[in-house]
Design a protein around this ligand. Structure first.
Ligand SMILES: [Fe+2]
Length: 455
């Protein structure tokens, strides 16, 4: 830290009148200059007989000229300057501690409730930008299969920025191996430095280490030549270890979530297998539904509800007897009434499973019609949950285009016409439009180039 200049010290401590008084008492005269030779104080008749330097931590910040009587004045200024420097160092240390504590508190608050690795990376980047001078940050996670670091979040990165780093390559790759945080204040003189899309002059790199496991690396840099200090590194390392714990937790949660979806999906598939002609119906309904949800811009929470609802929409068919469910000829009214019970059976099955409850609207109401003429409750328009309105379109479209034992599936063109025809009566028109605008259409276009003209 640079000490205060002599001129600032004299002003801050209002020393000028005291110094003048001292000179009178000592019956002498003085000239005081700063380290650049700028005159700060001069009394009548002063001569540059002897130079008495004023120093702080060995650094000359000015000089007092006069006879030997003025030596105590130089000593007084030196000791005042030193006490001022100590005070500043203490303030700066306290400030750093305060920053560190605030950072810890904020981070713990935010990341402990965060169960998504990318979101953790985003929060860490936000915090780093708040407390450390930087122009770019990268959060890189170790992909255990490829043994390379992959970028999961970054700030101020060009699109072509490095997104994958092998173990031992570059500074990030070497920190992954050593597990030790580093400051590099002149990156261009470091032989490990690999020039990337982002221009960097100084950087700090820390491992994302929770217990003894290194999950990745976080690197931040500045395009201006700044000098990162040991204090900066301490703060950065604290941030990295908090991030590592949060990323580990989020990773475990993601694994758990995947296992949960796989179990639910297997359950739905087992039921689907009773009817061998439906082959992959559940999977397609889920894909179409999610594509529609994405086009409509549903929230994360609604998308999760939609996915579960789509996977489980026909789970109630487990309660329908084989001779009805698998009947190859037309159904009697009574048999059709039995089939119509499957949404309610589905609701009864999942009602007591807390993790599946959010799927209830999709499961119970996927056969409601927009005009109120569906089943089981005859709900109308927006009384029908959005997930159920989406699943209705996805389910009907897939049913129309799939071959059944008693009829061939409709062509895509005819199925699209049907959706349009029943848009507003059976289906919510906004959802039909969202389906036509969704990513799924790309795949249909690729498979059938005539479709583009029809739509
Ligand atoms: Fe159904």
């Amino acid at each position: 830290m640079m000490p205060d200049s002599l001129s600032k010290l004299i002003k801050k401590r209002a020393l000028a009148p005291i110094l003048r008084r001292l000179v009178i008492d000592l019956e002498t005269s003085i000239i005081i200059e700063d380290d650049e030779g700028k005159l700060l104080i001069a009394t009548d008749g002063a001569e540059r007989l002897i130079q008495h330097p004023v120093t702080v931590a060995g650094q000359v910040i000015g000089s007092v000229y006069g006879n030997e009587k003025v030596a105590p004045i130089a000593s007084l200024l030196t000791s005042l300057a030193e006490s001022e420097a100590e005070k500043r160092a203490l303030v700066s240390e306290t400030l750093n501690k305060y920053k560190e504590i605030t950072l810890l508190y904020d981070m713990v608050e935010k990341v402990s409730s965060c169960l998504d690795t990318k979101e953790v990376a985003r929060l860490v980047i936000e915090e780093a930008r708040r407390v450390i001078t930087l122009s770019s940050v990268s959060v890189l996670l170790l992909n255990k299969e490829t043994d390379a670091l992959e970028l999961i979040g970054g700030y101020d990165h060009e699109t072509e920025a490095v997104t994958s780093v092998s173990r031992g390559v570059g500074i990030a790759g070497s920190v992954l191996v050593s597990g030790r945080a580093e400051i590099i204040n002149d990156v261009h003189s470091d032989p490990r430095f690999v020039e990337g899309a982002v221009s960097i002059s100084s950087l700090m790199c820390a491992p994302l280490k929770a217990k003894d496991n290194i999950a990745g690396v976080i690197e931040l840099g500045n395009d201006q030549p700044v000098t990162y200090t040991a204090e900066d590194l301490k703060l950065f390392t604290t941030l990295a270890s908090l991030a590592a714990v949060a990323i580990e937790n989020a990773g475990l949660y993601e694994q758990l979530k995947d296992a949960f979806y796989t179990t639910v999906y297997t359950l739905a598939e087992t039921i689907e297998k009773r009817d061998p002609y439906t082959g992959n119906h559940t999977k397609r309904v889920m894909e179409y539904s999610l594509a529609i949800g994405k086009t409509l811009g549903l929230s994360k929470e609604e998308m999760a509800r939609l996915q579960l609802g789509a996977v489980l929409h026909d789970i109630g068919k487990i309660g329908i007897r084989d001779n009805v469910l698998l009947k190859e000829s037309a159904l009697t009214d009574d048999e059709f009434d039995q089939i119509k019970k499957h949404p309610v059976y589905g609701e009864e099955i999942i009602r007591n499973l807390s993790q599946l409850k959010s799927a209830i609207p999709g499961v119970k109401h996927h056969h409601e019609k927009f005009n109120g003429k569906g089943y089981p409750d005859g709900l109308k328009g927006e009384e029908i949950d959005i997930t159920a309105r989406i699943i209705a379109v996805a389910d009907s479209f897939d049913a129309m285009t799939t071959n059944r034992p008693y009829r061939s599936g409709l062509t895509l063109e005819v199925a699209f016409d049907e959706l349009r025809k029943y848009s507003g009566s059976q289906f919510d028109p906004e959802i039909v439009e969202a389906f036509f605008a969704s990513d799924v259409m790309e795949a249909f276009f690729t498979a059938n180039s005539r479709l583009k003209i029809i739509l």
